[in-house]
Design a protein around this ligand. Sequence first.
Ligand SMILES: NC(=O)C1=CN([C@@H]2O[C@H](COP(=O)(O)OP(=O)(O)OC[C@H]3O[C@@H](n4cnc5c(N)ncnc54)[C@H](O)[C@@H]3O)[C@@H](O)[C@H]2O)[C@@H](O)CC1
Ligand SMILES: Nc1ncnc2c1ncn2[C@@H]1O[C@H](COP(=O)(O)OP(=O)(O)O)[C@@H](O)[C@H]1O
Ligand SMILES: [K+]
Length: 509
Amino acid sequence: MSFELLSPTEMSEADRLSIARGPHDGPALMRNAGAAVAREVLSRYPQARTVHVLAGPGNNGGDGFAAARLLAQAGVDARVYCEGRPVAGSDAAGALADMRLPLLGFDAFAPEETDVVVDALFGAGLARAIGGAYAQAVEKANASGACVVAVDLPSGLSGGSGLVLGTAIRAGVTVTFFRLKPGHLLYPGRALCGDTVLADIGIPADVLSEIGPRTFRNTPELWRETFPWPHSGSHKYARGHVGVFSGGPSASGAARLAAISAARAGAGAVTVLSPKQAVQVNAMHLTAVMLKWIDTPEEAVNFAKDRKMSSAVIGPGFGVGERCVEFLLALAGLGAESPFGLVLDADAITSFADAPDRLFEALAAIGAQTGRERAVLTPHEGEFRRLFPDLADAQGVSKPERARRAAERANAVVILKGPDTVIAAPDGRAAINVNATPFLATAGSGDVLAGIVAGLLAQGMPTFEAAAAGVWLHAEAGARFGPGLIAEDLPALLPAALSELYNGDRTSF
Ligand SMILES: NC(=O)C1=CN([C@@H]2O[C@H](COP(=O)(O)OP(=O)(O)OC[C@H]3O[C@@H](n4cnc5c(N)ncnc54)[C@H](O)[C@@H]3O)[C@@H](O)[C@H]2O)[C@@H](O)CC1
Ligand SMILES: Nc1ncnc2c1ncn2[C@@H]1O[C@H](COP(=O)(O)OP(=O)(O)O)[C@@H](O)[C@H]1O
Ligand SMILES: [K+]
């Protein structure tokens, strides 16, 4: 499945360009869309005798009319409900004229549990909260227990943001066209779509070069070409050296989790940089990962230079406060001199809650010197709010857009975590992850992610691609374990996820 995602505006541009170029005109695209919906209804619900088609006032309703015509031809009892009428001369008006079935009002809509409902109320053109008779029809469909097949999007769901406007229908299947929309993958939208089926309605892929999509599904195709596999001439120093900063004696596990994960992700060498009081506890638990006693930012910088550290993780278990700020600013200075990847997680994010600009300026210095961002911030929603309170509260703004604005402000790639983790770059690219399992919601799981990303950065993978690949690998590892997963399991699951990637035989979703 392709990885570009189109906003409603981009999708209508795709329709427009496609119609202008031919061979399919608007009515033909609509017939193809209707046929794809009818095909799905007939193949999934061959027993359904009554199919209720809810048609809205725009072209989404037009797809509904086109589907109803084919369903009726196939012998199905297709009942079509419509409140307003499509605008004269529109493609939808043409589809209505071709349909030749009676139109019923919404008050006659009374689906039974064993029926099928085709939801063709609103798709890409949803412009405001659903209310009135439309909302009542949605509630009736949801309460009936009937199987709902949504056309393009479950009505009420914003295709751009995945947010619900007013109320939304809950679909068992969603048939969408040409490319998925962000709303199919972002929560709460993802949970409303059921199975999402992507139908080819004859729009040529080359319209995308004019549209230039900036939002993607996070699949290996997005970053596979930049993945840093070793080659026959590789030696460990060529595979990068990651430093992971440890917290004190009672908070050192997070650093070890990140460190072993960086090693599993392919870094040639990994060192835990530990304060004196935690050296003993770290030493008792480390084998392949090295250990260095570091107490001051100067020592950290000197070690990084001497031992050619190429990336670092700071934050997990480190402790919130001025000490963390000082270490981070010193490391950012290091990054300004040479390509140096910096992953900031947990306490490193929280430590800048009172002065986020201080962090953003330091990260900007790296960008100014090296020509591109090399830092990755990995906040969950709570941490995101600490650095970007205005973006956290921005009403109606999609998660990719919030992450994008944050990335631009911070001069860093942002991994905004959650069930639909978004990876965004300052240049406006954003990827939505789809292969995670809720079993990843366990303490220490984020530390593993930070380590994987640092491991990939250390090997020279470009920042956005390293962040996206890290999120995918982390999720893929978690999905391989399932119930009972704890963070310690994840590093050992990475080899299987990496092997599948290496063998190149997997596409997810
Ligand atoms: N020829 C084309 O342009 C094609 C269009 N396609 C279909 O067309 C859809 C987009 O069509 P449209 O742009 O007409 O948009 P929609 O049909 O999704 O909705 C637009 C209509 O709904 C009204 N509306 C929006 N929000 C409302 C609300 N909350 N309450 C009441 N009315 C509301 C608008 O005033 C407008 O009349 C796609 O989702 C897809 O299903 C497909 O058939 C492919 C071809
Ligand atoms: N419901 C969920 N479904 C899928 N992944 C999830 C879910 N909740 C959390 N995650 C993932 O689990 C990880 C948790 O990280 P984080 O919140 O930093 O935890 P910790 O700090 O305990 O390590 C993130 O990668 C996040 O995307
Ligand atoms: K719909």
